[in-house]
Design a protein around this ligand. Structure first.
Ligand code: IPD
Ligand code: CA
Ligand code: CA
Length: 270
């Protein structure tokens, strides 16, 4: 493990301390656009802390983050270093003090993921990966599962503010329920990707995620032997919002996923 990833892990651990200190204090909850799209003072504070802290680790890096007006992938962001931060992924869970919620830090180099760190402060789980170096959970090498879809649990999710996304997630759930051992939803995209990376589940599907929801966990899954694509099986652009189909090595190797027609119907069926 290089010095750089250790420093990013340390920054995530410190962010976790800020998050752990939150409960019992006023979270100052605000609603962003739409229904159930919350931000707390801790989301903002943790992102501010991380930008400052990570600047000290890679001084010439740019920043993309969910909060504080840093949420647009701009021309030029595909060149050089770019940190992609979700200070709290699973904010609604955080507000309800219900695990999981995580801090997520992706580091892109020239438009592709170079490093990823996802830290779950409640369970003290540190997931990390560097391109070509494998994926780790608390320092132990992890691998995605070799099990077929029929022997796996699958995860899905949808943002609280979109009933359309919820409807599609329901269809995905119904479709997968008959092909696997059960479909779950946790409320944190990055945590889901880490569950697939560590072999606990077979994969995770969500129709629309921000880059900060999948940049870190996506690399961790790929380094654990899994596969990241969009719903149509196409490679991800790693530039912004996308549907995400994340699967284990076992499921990537078999031909058991719903076909393109199923996915097309989800959008056409509005
Ligand atoms: C959300 C979570 C959730 C997913 C949503 C995301 P946030 O992120 O990852 O699991 O279903 O699409 O927006 O708002 O808690 O950072
Ligand atoms: Ca998020
Ligand atoms: Ca967030």
């Amino acid at each position: 493990m290089t010095d750089m990833i250790q420093q990013i892990e340390q920054a995530a651990r410190e962010a976790g301390e800020i998050i752990r200190s939150a409960h019992g204090s006023d979270l100052q909850i605000e609603n962003k656009e739409g229904r159930v799209n919350f931000v707390t003072v801790y989301d903002k504070r943790v992102q501010e802390f991380l930008v400052e802290r990570l600047r000290g680790i890679v001084p010439d890096a740019g920043f993309l983050g969910e909060e504080n007006g840093l949420d647009l992938f701009r021309p030029g962001d595909e060149e050089g270093w770019l940190f992609v931060i979700d200070p709290i992924d699973g904010t609604t869970n955080f507000i309800h003090n219900m695990h999981p919620y995580v801090t997520s830090i992706g580091l892109m180099k020239d438009g592709v993921p170079y490093a990823g760190v996802v830290y779950a402060p409640v369970t003290d789980q540190m997931f990390s990966a560097e391109r070509g170096q494998g994926a780790y959970e608390n320092g132990r090498r992890i691998y995605s599962s070799n099990a077929p879809l029929a022997d796996s649990i699958m995860l899905t999710g949808s943002a609280g503010f979109s009933m359309e996304a919820f409807r599609i997630a329901q269809n995905v759930t119904a479709e997968f329920q008959s092909r696997c051992q059960g479909v779950r939803t946790t409320g944190s995209a990055e945590y889901n990707l880490c569950m697939a990376a560590s072999g606990r589940c077979g994969g995770y599907f969500e129709m629309r995620l921000g880059l900060w929801d999948y940049a870190a966990g996506g690399l961790i899954l790929e380094e654990a032997g899994g596969r990241m694509t969009d719903y149509y099986g196409r490679p991800l652009s790693w530039r912004g919002p996308s549907s995400v189909a994340a699967v284990s090595a076992g499921i990537a190797a078999e031909d058991a996923l719903p076909d393109t027609g199923f996915w097309l119907d989800q959008w056409n069926g509005r």
